[in-house]
Write a protein that binds this ligand. Structure first.
Ligand SMILES: [Zn+2]
Length: 272
């Protein structure tokens, strides 16, 4: 088995994940578009601010018409429970409703097949992981920031690298940018946009994005793009002696052949 690379033979990926469908997401979306950064917004479809009502406090949600701003390229919308209830405190039917109801509502609203999620309150157990998998969810983010940039081994218990307010984040970003890694690395930053107002640190985030953007050695992608590329790469089929590889997926996959990136096109069998 050859080591997997990101598209175009890259070894570094950068993504963002922001929760709750807050009004302040508008500002982050604008910033992400300015810097060409991609990411994911986890939305409780059942919680909106009434149309015509001005946002007046912190943690205000978007109105349905404001949520159209999530329709830009580079923005993924993902499940966060219809009404943001703690998955571990629900009956089976309530749990399925929170996941499937949110998936279904977001799909109708945004015209895409929703396959990602983040746990409300970061709270999960084996039962909720199982329910997500049954509902067609490919990954779900926890709040266990572990400062790691290693690729996830369990996408339904996904650990982010760091919250944007993490004091170690500047150091982590510099390490991500300056190191030529042996294996793939993913820098994954998460949070809630009202926290930028609470701490008055929008400028800090803009500085992070400016620093991280526009690099030819970084794969900028949504959570789902990284997850599904990884899952596709893991479904390559190798010959018994490892000398041939077949790509049964619809995604071109890049591998590291003794330091040289090679591309395995969809449906292709190649000698490696
Ligand atoms: Zn939340």
């Amino acid at each position: 088995m050859l080591p997997i690379l990101f598209p175009n033979g890259l070894k570094k990926a950068f993504t963002l994940s922001y929760d709750d469908g807050c009004y302040d997401d508008l500002k982050l979306i604008e910033m992400m578009r300015k810097y060409g950064v991609r990411g994911t917004f986890n939305i409780s479809s059942g919680i909106t601010r009434p149309e015509g009502q001005q946002p007046c406090g912190s943690w205000e949600r978007m109105t349905l018409s404001e949520r159209k701003n999530y329709l830009h390229d580079g923005i993924e919308t993902a499940v966060h429970g219809v009404t943001h209830r703690d998955f571990t405190k629900l009956t089976e039917p309530e749990l399925i409703y929170e996941i499937m109801g949110d998936k279904s509502a977001l799909e109708a609203e945004f015209g895409c097949i929703v396959r990602g999620a983040a746990y409300p309150y970061g709270s999960f157990d084996d039962r909720s992981v199982e329910a997500l998998a049954k509902c067609g969810i490919k990954y779900c983010r926890t709040v266990w920031s572990d400062h790691s940039m290693a690729m996830p081994t369990d996408w339904l218990r996904l650990r982010p690298t760091a919250h944007h307010n993490d004091p170690e984040l500047p150091e982590i970003i510099e390490s991500f940018l300056s190191t030529e890694p042996e294996a793939r690395r993913m820098l994954y930053i998460w949070g809630h946009t009202p926290e930028f107002n609470q701490k008055n640190n929008w400028q800090m985030m803009e500085d992070y994005l400016a620093r991280l953007s526009g690099r030819s050695d970084v794969y900028y992608a949504t959570n789902l793009e990284i997850c599904e590329y990884d899952l596709a790469a893991k479904s390559l089929e190798y010959s018994a002696d490892g000398s041939m590889v077949y790509n049964p997926t619809a995604t071109a996959i890049w591998l590291d052949k003794s330091g040289t990136p090679i591309e395995i096109k969809p449906g292709e069998t190649v000698g490696v």
